[in-house]
Ligand binder design. Structure first.
Ligand SMILES: NC(=O)c1ccc[n+]([C@@H]2O[C@H](COP(=O)([O-])OP(=O)(O)OC[C@H]3O[C@@H](n4cnc5c(N)ncnc54)[C@H](OP(=O)(O)O)[C@@H]3O)[C@@H](O)[C@H]2O)c1
Length: 238
């Protein structure tokens, strides 16, 4: 079955960290702005993040209280609320923790459109959460019974929503799972000219998948651009 082309687009320090004190340095804001501009260059219809990144940036830790809901069993079948959104935000949230309050992420710059939310779940999710997603009009797909199989996930995104290209935007754990499953076609990296120096902060690819670790993945330089203030933008493909 066909799947979308997948571009992993991230910003890192010289030592490959995706979070850390270097992000608070005054110089870094320029590179964060460049990172957003590069998103617009790609014209991707869909982007994807892990539950932790979504929580930090979009639901801000909001928790839903669904305990009082008396819901009968809901079949574990995909739910497509719309197929004609201009753009989609895909949230990998295996057990349904994200406290969305609406079915879209608002445009946050003049060049971005409103993104319809698609949740990627396992069958372990509660009936109450599924009922809630349906109520507020969030689409959802199942990527496995207890564990996610991202090949199945991306094939479904192509088939159900006609998504041809996905921008994978972290964090490290989600990127690591895609790398391990051989699903990253292109790597678009902004390298900030600062070495963070911390030992235990997240890097570009973290391995914490239940699947066995595969071999290292080779990439080849396709384009490189010098940014102001000593930064780099690199495009690597497989
Ligand atoms: N520098 C950059 O360009 C950049 C870009 C994006 C994010 N970030 C930063 O990265 C940090 C978060 O990264 P992170 O690696 O901790 O988290 P993440 O990848 O955003 O989310 C991880 C969570 O997503 C779900 N998930 C991901 N892969 C899965 C898999 N294979 N199977 C099952 N569930 C899976 C799990 O949710 P559950 O825990 O609910 O099971 C997992 O805990 C944030 O601080 C964010 O700011 C930086």
């Amino acid at each position: 079955m066909e799947r979308p082309y997948i571009i992993c687009r991230m910003l890192t320090s010289l030592d490959g960290k995706i979070i850390g004190d270097y992000l608070e340095e005054e110089r870094t804001q320029y590179f964060i702005d460049e990172y957003e501009k590069i998103h617009e260059r790609y014209g991707c219809k869909a982007w994807m993040c892990g539950r932790i990144t979504m929580e930090e940036n979009f639901t801000f830790g909001h928790k839903l209280d669904l305990t009082h809901e008396n819901i009968s069993s809901i079949p574990r079948t995909d739910y497509v609320a719309t197929t004609d959104a201009k753009t989609y935000a895909i949230a990998v949230d295996p057990s349904g923790k994200l406290g969305w309050t609406k079915n879209y992420i608002s445009e946050w710059s003049e060049n971005r459109t409103e993104d319809h939310i698609i949740e990627v779940l396992t069958e372990l999710v509660s009936d109450a959460y599924l009922a809630y997603l349906q109520k507020i009009g969030i689409s959802y797909i199942f990527g496995g019974k207890e564990q996610l199989d991202f090949m199945i996930v991306v094939q479904k995104l192509k088939k159900l929503f006609s998504i041809d290209k996905i921008m994978l935007k972290g964090g490290g754990v989600l990127n690591g799972a895609f790398l391990n499953e051989g699903l990253i076609d292109e790597l678009s990296l902004i390298l900030v000219p600062i070495a963070d120096g911390s030992t235990n902060s997240l890097t570009l690819f973290e391995f914490s998948s239940p699947l066995p670790k595969t071999r290292p993945v080779n990439f080849h330089l396709k384009e490189i651009e010098k940014l102001d203030d000593g930064g780099l933008w690199m495009l690597q493909n497989k």
